[in-house]
Design a protein around this ligand. Sequence first.
Ligand code: AMP
Ligand code: MG
Length: 326
Amino acid sequence: MRISLDEAVAKLQNGEVVAIPTETVYGLAADATNESALRQIYAIKQRPADNPLIVHIGHINQVNEWAAEFPPLAQKLASAFWPGPFTLVLPAKDDVSSIVRAGEPTVALRIPSHPLALQLLKQSGLGLAAPSANKYTQLSPTTAVHVGTGLGECIPVLDGGACQVGIESTIVSVINNDWQLLRHGMIAEAEITAIAGKPALAGLENQPKAPGQHLLHYSPKTPIKLFDSAEALMRYQQISKQTCAVLLIDDGSTNKLLTTKPMKPQPVKPQIVQLPKNPAIVAEQLYGVLHHLDTLNVAQLLVQLPPDRPEWLAILDRLTRAAHHP
Ligand code: AMP
Ligand code: MG
């Protein structure tokens, strides 16, 4: 159900949940101080209660309403990356609901850059908890249509068009004068290091960093199989007896491959989507393409992984989790 900005503001102020656009993905928003509204988010998403929610704010002055400390390093990062796809985890004030922070001593904060999200935050004056507007572990929505498909048409949606970043925010935790990367996103570690003037805290790479970062996540209904190269993918596709849809991330060889090696006819014609080898474009399109391929009713999605390089880490992270077999 589509609603207007004014209707969205009224519903949120009334303790209801509303799906809202952000530049990363669509969020299922609720007043982050209203515990019954927060419980509705967890219930609709079927999200475990130990998985905390990011609080979206409209202005940097609001940080002090949520965080017990806003150290100079965090201020520097916030000034550089807000509004934008960047979340700061800071020590929480005592009165921040334990539901929104899932019992953690910290709170996660972000100022989104989507103009409609910013307008909504400013007009409502609220801090909005807004995890992705999808069921737990499933593919995140990047259009209003995806929200309706994933959560049902009865969810009120403020339609702000297709998300332009397309994957979830980078999450950074700041404690005193140190920082740690909790989730890769399109703001890369090197950019954060440059602003911070120092690298992330070393030695914690393989420890569980933030609650709720489950191995199975961002997942379409159709099983995904990942390949290091287009050649390996096409070889598999030629011998596979299953119906497949294909996502290629162009590495220059794929055009030749597609034209010089015609694929074996299959019971259902395979669908091939090819994205350019550009991390920003792949991020923007990724969930939309996976949503589309998921509707084709094939047995498997075959996906070519991008190169294992820093600019691709956020996309590699999402694809690896999407393909995880529990
Ligand atoms: P999302 O699912 O995109 O809304 O992002 C939520 C993720 O942010 C959680 O799964 C955590 O990894 C992280 N997060 C949110 N709040 C906190 C918090 N208070 N402390 C640490 N990490 C958090
Ligand atoms: Mg999510």
